[in-house]
Design a protein around this ligand. Structure first.
Ligand code: KG4
Ligand code: ZN
Length: 336
């Protein structure tokens, strides 16, 4: 069956046509990153306006590049939560419009479930249950993927997401937004042991994260050096930060897998494109005898294919929405 997936939760307008959850016929992503760069982060109001302008063209291209027509599409899947509310509303209303006009079923998709599903596109042998680390600009979750459509969260960030920590530290280092990828590149010639960075302790759940303190520590280190006229070695600082984040994410995710008796781990989300994180997980999983799945770089960030893929599994489980579907800015992955 052919699913049209639509994604507009942040600063990417994206649409894709996917067959049976795995075969990607088209995957069109229109990024607004250049425009938000001059503000050092996503400006929600601007993002909504750009989605409004872009969505018709992006969805049209996705259908055209797939070599199909709207008639051939069996269902429309759309990200309805979580994300920037004005941005989500554009995709949700566009999808509702297509569904109403064509009579085709509408399937609501949780954005984080979509990120997890990106793995099914690349790895046909991956099947629930398993443990997935979802790390993006807005989320850091350790998820038990009970089935394709049921999730339990065993660790989450108490404050900032890993991507936020990368991006704000990168900004203080003078890299353009979004800085995660620039930190990644800068680490290549860096010594990760030069700067000792804090590893925040979290009271209560041992698998929860806190990246706010780490972010502040890097920003303070840079400001203190500037005030004293000292130079920071950017590559070394980037490498130290990347190593610290990688170790925290790896240790906690492996910890959850061991506690629950899982031997399969997957990564998902924009931050899972990070070389250090991928390397750290590959090493730890090999040592522990775990199987590791990672999405290809092209499917780590926001895209429509992951929404179409998850939409397929939601469709099979009987999930449907009608014209009363609304966007939700914050929504737990559990009890969907
Ligand atoms: O999943 P995503 O595209 O959007 C959200 O749902 O948030 O993730 C975007 C995040 C940004 O914080 C970006 O800096 C980060 O993913 N990112 C990276 C890398 N590539 C993207 N962070 C570290 N290293 C990378 N190579
Ligand atoms: Zn995302």
């Amino acid at each position: 069956m052919l699913i049209l997936g639509i994604e507009s939760s942040c600063d990417e307008t994206a649409a894709s046509v996917v067959r049976d959850g795995v075969e990607v016929f088209s995957n069109v992503v229109s990024s607004q990153v250049e425009e938000h760069r001059k503000f050092g982060g996503v400006v929600p109001e601007l993002a909504s306006r750009r989605h409004c302008e872009n969505i018709l063209g992006v969805v049209g291209q996705a259908i055209e590049q797939a070599g199909v027509t709207l008639d051939d599409i069996d269902a429309i899947a759309v990200t309805y939560a979580p994300g920037l509310i004005g941005a989500l509303l554009v995709g949700v209303n566009f999808a509702k419009g297509i569904s109403l006009a064509t009579g085709k079923p509408l399937v609501p998709v949780h954005h984080i479930a979509g990120h997890i599903a990106a793995n099914y596109i690349a790895h046909s042998d991956l099947k629930p249950p398993y443990i997935c680390l979802v790390a993006s600009g807005g989320h850091s979750h350790i998820v038990e993927v009970v089935s394709y459509t049921e999730f339990k969260v065993h660790g989450r960030t108490r404050d900032d997401a890993a991507g936020e920590c990368f991006d704000k530290a990168a900004r203080a280092m003078g890299f353009p937004y979004p800085g995660g990828v620039h930190i990644d590149k800068a680490t290549q010639s860096g010594n990760a042991d030069e700067y000792k960075l804090p590893r925040p302790k979290v009271e209560g759940c041992e698998f929860d994260f806190s990246f706010s303190g780490l972010k502040t520590a890097v920003i303070n280190l840079i400001h203190n050096a500037e005030q004293k006229g000292h130079t920071i070695n950017k590559s070394n600082l980037a490498a130290s930060l990347q190593k610290t984040i990688s170790e925290i994410l790896t240790e906690k995710t492996i910890g959850v897998a061991k506690r629950l008796g899982y031997k399969t781990i997957a990564l998902a989300g924009g931050v899972s494109a990070n070389t250090g994180i991928r390397g750290s997980f590959a090493k730890a999983c090999e040592e522990e005898g775990f199987t590791l799945y990672m999405p290809p770089l092209s499917l780590c960030g926001d895209n429509g294919a992951m929404i179409a893929c998850q939409g397929y599994f939601e469709f099979l489980s009987g999930r449907r929405a009608d014209e009363s579907l609304n966007a939700i800015a914050t929504l737990s992955l559990e009890n969907l």
